[in-house]
Design a protein. Structure first.
Length: 571
């Protein structure tokens, strides 16, 4: 069986073990994807290959130069200059140092550029993906793929492939060199080493299974830490800290056990390989010493024998290690392909409505999956231009789902959602009409940075005066009294601010956006009654003509609404 066939079979086996019921990406598709992905990184791969080839040539040149210098010193090469032989060795060493620095520079500059390019491409695609399909992936899993899997693919394309090519060249070059010096010794070395490699490969299947288990446990550990840090307040108030740490500790013990087991198998495999290398070295050294004693070879030839054996054994060791590298790269590629297979939203130019606008919903039917209960069944709603509508209903009735439908994050199974501008032009709800909505979702939606950077998300060209006015209308005048004002830091999830303060900044951000529709999803739930009343009054007075949809349970809000819709939970 060829090496390529072994790699392909190993990859398919590992993927089946990882997800026995999943639809596997065909091996040919993986190869095509890697080839297209490689297009943006071929310069780095070519430079790494060139430097590797030059290093192989300098290694062989160093072997010849040291043999030549020793032969001169021992009188086996009369008439030659030892001085110039040493100068040649020094020059080769300097070239090797320069090549090493160039290799480091390429890895540091082009390597980080390659990672950034691919990371940006994947990140952009995820942001443009359909919302519901993206939500099927755990955020920790996506981070793991964008981080670890992406780095593995980039390293494979830019470093592993050139390294494998150069390793083969080094092996062939060293073997030919040794063959020219002593044919019998070269054949013995070639025969002995692979026998031990074959024995060590018997452990590959077990090592592959252990590697998969360890990777899965690492993903679990990341999920535990990530979600625990996001919900620290809940964990603390429920006094669940010891249980959370215990869960982490148990998972870590599982990983340590698998790592120890893998280390045992790895040690046995490496030990067998090292025995093979040791036997090869002993054969070469013994052969060389015996021939030196018989006067058949020179001291320089003995040194060359030893160095060439090392240059043959090192590539053999590296070639044996490329099989798991291929397996890891193809597995990582499949995980990235799965992200790229998330359907994209249709790219449409923004359709901005002019003047006051209305929304008409007719025959709306929606369920999240074909087997789940229906949230809406042939529902009709109308939101006239300039109206203020309260959406009421019990928990789980579909209030937030209605907001998602208006924003075209999800699409109706049946029926239509139509937006109309002041001229009567109709626009079906889509990603192109999303620009007409300013939205304040539930909870804390501030992003780490500053208050200014959060406000500018809604309107990048907003002036300080406009931002302060929006904050004033949202009853967030406290920002102007902070030591750093608009440049006050905003921690992750609005840390450093109270829930009510964060909510008011989010309202100000939405008010900055020049959009005909304002959606408030429990946007004043953290505000006291007086503050809530001021905010609602300010919004109505400032934005007369703007169509407002409010999801709320608060009686104070209902006083200002021109109509209410109660969504009944369908059985």
């Amino acid at each position: 069986m060829s090496l390529l066939s072994r790699i392909r079979n190993s990859i398919q086996q590992r993927r089946r073990e990882a997800a026995p019921e999943a639809q596997l990406v065909p091996f040919r598709t993986l190869c095509v994807w890697l080839w297209h992905t490689w297009r943006g990184f071929r310069l780095q791969a070519a430079l790494n290959t060139l430097i590797g080839l030059l290093l192989v040539l300098t290694d062989l040149a160093f072997v010849w130069a040291t043999k030549h210098a020793v032969d001169i010193a021992t009188g086996a090469c009369p008439g030659a200059s030892l001085k110039w032989a040493l100068v040649l060795i020094a020059a080769i060493i300097l070239v090797q140092v320069a090549l090493g620095l160039a290799n480091r520079w390429i890895r540091a500059t082009l390597g980080v550029k390659a990672r950034c390019v691919m990371q940006k491409r994947l990140f952009s695609r995820l942001l443009d993906s359909q919302w519901m399909d993206l939500k099927k992936f755990h955020s920790g899993d996506i981070l793991n793929r964008i981080g670890g899997d992406m780095a593995e693919v980039i390293g494979f394309l830019t470093e592993s492939i050139p390294a494998m090519f150069n390793t083969v060249v080094q092996f062939v070059g060293a073997f030919v060199f040794l063959l020219l010096m002593n044919r019998q010794l070269a054949l013995i070395i070639i025969i002995v080493v692979p026998l031990f490699i074959v024995f060590s490969r018997l452990f590959v299947k077990k090592l592959r299974q252990l590697s998969h288990h360890i990777r899965s446990i690492e993903s679990t550990l990341q999920a535990i830490i990530q979600e625990s840090l996001q919900h620290t307040l809940v964990i603390k108030t429920l006094e669940h800290t010891p249980h959370t740490i215990g869960h982490l500790d148990r998972t870590q013990k599982q990983m340590r056990a698998k790592v120890v087991e893998k280390t045992v198998y790895t040690s046995i495999s490496a030990g067998l390989m090292n025995v093979g290398f040791g036997v090869g070295y002993l054969v070469a050294f013994g052969w060389g010493v015996w021939n030196l004693q018989q006067g058949i070879i020179t001291y320089g030839a003995l040194i060359a024998f030893v160095q060439l054996v090392s240059q043959i054994q090192r590539p053999v060791r590296q070639i044996a290690g490329f099989v798991p590298v291929f397996i890891g790269a193809f597995t990582a590629s499949e995980r990235l392909i799965q992200l790229e297979q998330i359907p994209l939203e249709e790219k449409l130019p923004d359709q901005r409505l002019e003047g006051s606008a209305s929304i008409e919903i007719k025959g709306l039917t929606y369920a999240y999956t074909p087997t789940s209960r229906k949230i809406f069944a042939h529902a009709d709603y109308a939101f006239p231009a300039g109206s203020i509508t309260a959406i009421l209903g019990n928990t789980g009735s579909g209030k937030t789902t209605l907001i998602r439908l208006l924003l075209a994050l999800i699409s109706p199974n049946e029926g239509s959602i139509t937006l109309r501008d002041s001229h009567g032009h109709a626009y079906p709800a889509s990603s192109a009409t999303r620009c007409n909505f300013a939205y304040v979702p539930q909870g804390n939606t501030l992003i780490s940075g500053t208050i200014r950077s959060n406000l500018l998300m809604a309107r990048p060209d907003a002036t300080d005066a406009e931002m302060l006015e929006a904050l004033h209308l949202a009853a967030a005048d406290f920002v102007d009294r902070l030591p750093q004002g608009l440049d006050s830091p905003c921690q992750e999830m609005g840390g450093g601010l109270s829930e009510g303060q964060a909510q008011r900044i989010a309202i100000a951000r939405a008010m900055l956006k020049p959009a005909p529709f304002l959606l408030l999803d429990e946007a004043t739930s953290a505000l006291d009654a007086d503050t809530e009343r001021r905010v609602i009054q300010n919004i109505i007075q400032k934005y007369q003509g703007r169509t407002i949809v409010v999801v709320t349970h608060r009686p104070e809000v209902l006083k200002y609404c021109s109509q209410t819709f109660t969504i009944e939970k369908l059985s």
